[in-house]
Design a binder for this molecule. Sequence first.
Ligand code: BG6
Length: 483
Amino acid sequence: MVSRVIPVSSFDLVIFGGTGDLARRKILPGLYRRFSAGQMPENSRIIGAARGDLDDDGYRKMVADAIKEFVPKDRQDKATIDGFIDHLSYVPIDARGDRGWKDLAKLVRKDVVQAFYFSVGPGLFGDLAERLHSFGIASEMSRIVVEKPFGRDLASAKSLNAVLAESFDESQIYRIDHYLGKETVQNLMAVRFANVLFEPLWNAQYIDHVQITVAETVSVEGRGAYYDKSGAMRDMVQNHLMQLLCLTAMEPPSMFEPDAVRDEKLKVIRALDPVPTTNIVRGQYGPDGDDLGYIDHSENPDSTTESFIAMKVDISNWRWKGTPFYLRTGKRLKARMSEIVIHFKETPHSIFEEDAGSHANVLTIRLQPDEGMDLRVTIKEPGPGGMRLVDVPLDMTFADALGPSAEDVPDAYERLIMDVIRGNQTLFMRGDEVEAAWAWTDPIIEEWQARNERPVNYEPGSSGPEDALMLLHRDGRKWGEVR
Ligand code: BG6
């Protein structure tokens, strides 16, 4: 199979925070991989901008080291790394002062796409946006890329949106949620909207409930200070899980085109019911033997921040009324596993004897690891002895089904950065979408704060707190295994 790659035009990409963690781990390795795939036009340039006093050579060496550290060994090649770093330069800059801006203005070309990646804390967004204009660097061809956290509540998200809107049009602002760049997340849209099979059944009449799980094995070690102010709700649910829910629940957009898709996602967020605390379980991992607990990582012995959350979410619209979406995410769990599982209803009437068992179809969309899909269908167990039913998987692991092209799945960042250059906002969040997500999240968090309850403890390496299992048990349902 020949994979088709949509070409990009020449660009100047400025990475503010170009020496930071995200740049070294994700942005620059992602660009290297696109370069090695031949997708970076010859005269494109990447300009690192940060406070540190580096020169071009120092920056190139830093980036070469980052590639060696963060790109898989079998994707590294000395000649390609040398070719890539030739495209790099560096400008020491002061986001809040004048240092470096004139140099940057000289470097950035006006006749190519200009992308400015704000890989810095949101407190600097306004300063950067303003200086890009006052130093005459930004133009109508400019795009800016911002990262989460995009605010910590509705009020702060609104003021960030307002600050950016002073300098840039919404069509120039690319708000990254890297979950939207994951291969299987996009495949969810292909499965839903490029097949006739699923859409007629994709509603409350045929779907019993949906489970969305993003389980992680990592702790919050090393990010305790950030995480303690955030928690699973702000760090994962308001953005990543919300996006997965939206793509699962949205109406078919008329086109796979930025505003058509984002309009539909927004409608889903606005149709979410407020969630009563009785439908939420908050957990915090405890210590276990030599393993430190959340409290030790956060360094706040009284922290009531949740490292796990499970919740039942109802959507009040015609398609979904009566079909709950159960969301679950947590750190320090048994396995790293992200999936969306669609549990279909049983057949309205079984023509088989009672001991044939009751069965329902289940569609699992695996985001990571082993990206793929699995549809469980009911068939007859082979052999004599009457009609015994059994569920078997129709499994499609993309790497098996599609061969090497599926094994070389681009990292979410690679795809998203290239979409910025192409000027395609489909996989980026619009300002009103982010605000709507916070408007739904805020009352939930406010209620916790008012109650000041401690989250329930869970064992590190487990599937989360018992109470989370109960959340489904009481509805006669069961979570899929964290495996
Ligand atoms: C980030 C969160 O946005 O997503 C992290 O801040 C989390 O806490 C990460 O670990 C998960 O991303 P992925 O791609 O590893 O599932």
